[in-house]
Ligand binder design. Structure first.
Ligand code: KIV
Length: 275
């Protein structure tokens, strides 16, 4: 059954955990969808994972549309959420609605995600008023990495923790249907989850959240540039791929690939008539 923002809300009300994984292409989206994961996030982490950037700052609306529409084609049941990249919504409410609208129209996703709390509530409200569901993102918001001065756990002082709770309430009030909490102490994330009626989706925020999200390339050990503490490697696909590539290289070089069964046939008479 197709997951929607309503499914998210019902799952929170019933106390059922929501699963979300990132994907950036059709084939991975199909696998994630077939596995029964509730939602696929086309995160701007594609800047790191797919494009090899150091951070997400350089990712464009065009990048998100390109990957978002491939994922949407592969997701039958999962709710597809596409990230709004840096400076596609911070600049003005008008830009936010135009870019969210482009992402929705050109990818056929089910929702967009943007980073920030009270400061982006006018944008959230306007996008939601345009009938586009919005997922918010609080805590460590990677688009603000230069302002944070690095990847750091957020909300550790009384002021910062209170601001996180206030921001979560503000994005709910503005109409967000869910909120991602990234790199937040587990006890604080649980408090936030109890303080709002929309689902919280944690990443590095403990199991008191209403759901969890991971970058698929992290949980499969395919991305090795850095690995945050909160990642569990569910399979070492990176090593399986590396070994398979090495086996291919060796088989090509020793002539054992392609073998008979990988080869197309032609009648000998045809060959004999050639000069
Ligand atoms: O871009 C992304 O993948 C994200 C997740 C880390 C939540 O925003």
């Amino acid at each position: 059954m197709k997951n929607t923002v309503t499914t998210f809300q019902q799952m929170k009300e019933k106390g059922e955990k929501i699963s979300m994984l990132t994907a950036y292409d059709y084939s991975t989206a199909r696998l994630v969808d077939e596995a029964g994961v509730n939602s696929i996030l086309v995160g701007d982490s594609l800047g790191n994972v797919m494009l090899g950037y150091e951070d997400t700052i350089a990712v464009t609306v065009e990048d998100m549309i390109h990957h978002g529409r491939a994922v949407a084609r592969g997701a039958k049941n999962a709710l597809v959420v596409v990230d709004m990249p840096f400076l596609s919504y911070q600049t003005s409410v008008y830009d936010a609605v135009v870019n969210a609208g482009r992402i929705m129209k050109e990818t056929h996703c089910g929702a967009v995600k943007l980073e920030g709390g009270a400061v982006v509530c006018p944008q959230i409200k306007a996008i939601v008023d345009a009938s586009i569901p919005v997922c918010a993102h609080l805590g460590l918001t990677p688009q603000s990495i230069n302002a944070f001065g690095g990847f750091k756990v957020q909300g550790k002082t009384v002021e910062a923790a209170q601001k996180l709770i206030d921001d979560a309430k503000a994005v709910e009030e503005a109409g967000a249907f869910a909120v991602v909490l990234e790199c937040v102490p587990a006890k604080l994330a649980k408090l936030v989850s109890e303080a709002v009626s929309i689902p919280t989706i944690g990443i590095g925020a403990g199991n008191g959240c209403d759901g969890q999200v991971l970058v698929y390339a992290d949980m499969l050990a395919m991305f090795s540039d850095f690995c945050p503490k909160f990642v569990r490697k569910f399979a070492n696909v990176g090593e399986i791929m590396r070994q398979a590539f090495a086996d291919y290289d060796a088989a090509v070089k020793d002539g054992s690939f392609p073998a008979e069964e990988h080869t197309y046939k032609i009648d000998d008479e045809v060959i004999e008539k050639l000069y």
